[in-house]
Ligand binder design. Sequence first.
Ligand code: CIR
Length: 263
Amino acid sequence: MSPVAAPTATYRALTRAISPRIVECELTHLERLPIDVPNARAQHAAYARALVSLGCAVEEVEPAPDHPDSVFIEDTAVVLDEIAVITRPGAESRRGETAAVERVLAPLRPLAHIRAPGTLDGGDVFVVGKRVFAGRTGRTNDEGIAQLRAALAPHGYTVEAIDVTGCLHLKTAVTAVDDRTVLANPQWIDLRALAGVDVIEVDPAEPMGANIVRVGEALLYGASYPRTRARLEARGHRPVCVDASELAKAEGAVTCCSLVLRA
Ligand code: CIR
């Protein structure tokens, strides 16, 4: 694990190098397109620098070159201030990604684990205050959501399940912008499930634009969604933007490439 910035920052962001086997990644809703690995690596490096600029100490978890999807570290854990839940990813090819992340998180948080037959991907979980939303998807099942609920309840969190259709993860469809607001694509979730939360809808021409990284009050966003960005800016948000187009071919977006936690 190599720190990119001095660990005096308020937030830590765990990242993981892009596997040379990324071209063999899991794909669910996308056609396989050639991935330019050097370009993906350059974009990933710029992403890490952007996280530093937002106040994160970026720490690279030991690489997992034999796991094509290991750059998408978000799926391996759900990390809150009080606890980290190590997931059991829904794709069998990804189950071996969690051990190294667990080793890094063990000194930082009490741990809980999703156990078989439960499955849960971190990309299916987002948090608004003390409300945790968990997507029912091809990767996350009801047993996984029930285990997450049991792990988080002692810390005062509620866990609400949301059906997701048409995209990979809940966080493809909706992510938190702040403690009151989410950015969402109403094509893939029923917005009534988000009662009590302010919703900014993506521009209909930018269906993949609902995924944004929150670092405290700061935001990191993909550069491919200018119309939705304008909607965010109209509401007073000023996201830093990075080009994440190469990893998008592996069905990943900006949140997938880090685990952001309060240091
Ligand atoms: C997968 O299918 O698992 C990867 N190719 C993409 C994972 C993206 N992760 C995320 O949205 N949290």
